[in-house]
Write a protein that binds this ligand. Structure first.
Ligand SMILES: Nc1ncnc2c1ncn2[C@@H]1O[C@H](COP(=O)(O)OP(=O)(O)OP(=O)(O)O)[C@@H](O)[C@H]1O
Length: 293
């Protein structure tokens, strides 16, 4: 089976300025793939090329076996898309907005079921214009999945969600992935990537820096753990490649519970920040003129 997303040497420039500069990417059927990267890295541009909303300047792109630039309506029926921001539909109620989107698809999901899934059951008769930012985002997600997509693109889907809504959304995505939907997600929330993604790709400067599982990204699994505990009125900390043995030694020394014991591995965020560090844009300090007195 061919991969639902195949990208080789993608190039895209805006007015001669490169936004994507030779990006490679392969996403496997049924996986949740998170695209990470700093602001302006080229994630949205890449995703919009995959969705057929932007023309590329170079490279090969295949999505569900077709070139998005020339694919037709049958191909589009197989995609679900949640853009970074959405507007319109203000005069419709939430249910009407979802039902009108459902009509576009040949085999839509049940509208009321999707309303419940995205936590908008109680808002079904409210005008979309009256929704809060997070509720509007949930409606966007509902519209993205109503068509029963094989491949779902989610561009920063949980921006504005409260913590409970994010957890519910994660469960929804896990359920869709369990049913075999391939999901491509961009996010700035590293905990979201860790929770949802089978693999993550880090983009910086329009290129793919690395692709790996969240646990192994940047050699994270092999990095030392930090063990800390309270002793003699202060917090002691050490780094070790063998935290289990270290904890056993501490437990033996304390003869039981080790006070305030914490064992921490580098988080996905630590690893991500280390990876993109060389690509960080330095912010120059404003020049302050010195006034001679
Ligand atoms: N329509 C456009 N016209 C001109 N330049 C654009 C346009 N869209 C994006 N760019 C530029 O292309 C580069 C990549 O932008 P893109 O939106 O793909 O980044 P991103 O990784 O999605 O960023 P963010 O995390 O902020 O959403 C940026 O420098 C941006 O300013």
């Amino acid at each position: 089976m061919t991969s639902p997303v195949l990208v080789e040497g993608l190039h895209k420039t805006y007015s001669g300025v490169p936004a994507v500069a030779g990006l490679d990417l392969e996403i496997h059927a049924g996986e949740v793939f998170a695209l990470l990267g700093p602001n302006g890295a080229g994630k949205t541009t890449t995703v919009e090329v995959l969705e057929g909303f932007r023309r590329r300047d170079g490279g090969r792109v295949e999505v569900l076996g077709e070139d998005p630039q020339s694919a037709g309506l049958d191909w589009r029926q197989r995609l679900g898309i949640v853009l970074q921001s959405s507007r319109g539909l203000d005069l419709l109620t939430v249910r009407e907005a979802l039902a009108s989107t459902a009509k576009v698809y040949r085999q839509p999901r049940d509208v009321d079921e999707v309303l419940e899934w995205v936590g908008l059951g109680e808002k079904r008769d409210a005008r979309t214009a009256s929704l809060s930012g997070g509720q509007r985002r949930r409606l966007d997600v509902g519209m993205g999945i109503i068509g029963r997509p094989e491949l779902l693109f989610l561009d920063e889907p949980t921006t504005g969600f409260d913590p409970r809504a994010r957890r519910d959304f994660w469960a929804l995505i896990a359920g869709l992935a369990g049913d075999g939907t391939t999901i491509v997600l961009t996010t700035h929330y590293l905990d979201e990537a860790e929770q949802l993604a089978d693999r993550v790709g880090v983009i910086a400067g329009g290129r793919m820096l690395t692709v790996d599982t969240p646990a192994q990204l940047g050699g994270r699994h092999a990095q030392e753990a930090t063990v800390s505990w309270r002793e003699d009125g202060g917090v002691r900390t050490l780094s070790t490649a063998e935290p289990t043995a270290e904890v056993a030694r501490l437990a033996a020394r304390f003869g039981g519970e080790v006070p305030e014991l914490v064992v921490a591995r580098p988080t996905l965020e630590d690893t991500y920040l280390r990876l993109i560090e060389p690509h960080a844009v330095s912010v120059e300090r404003p020049v302050v003129e010195e006034v001679a007195r």
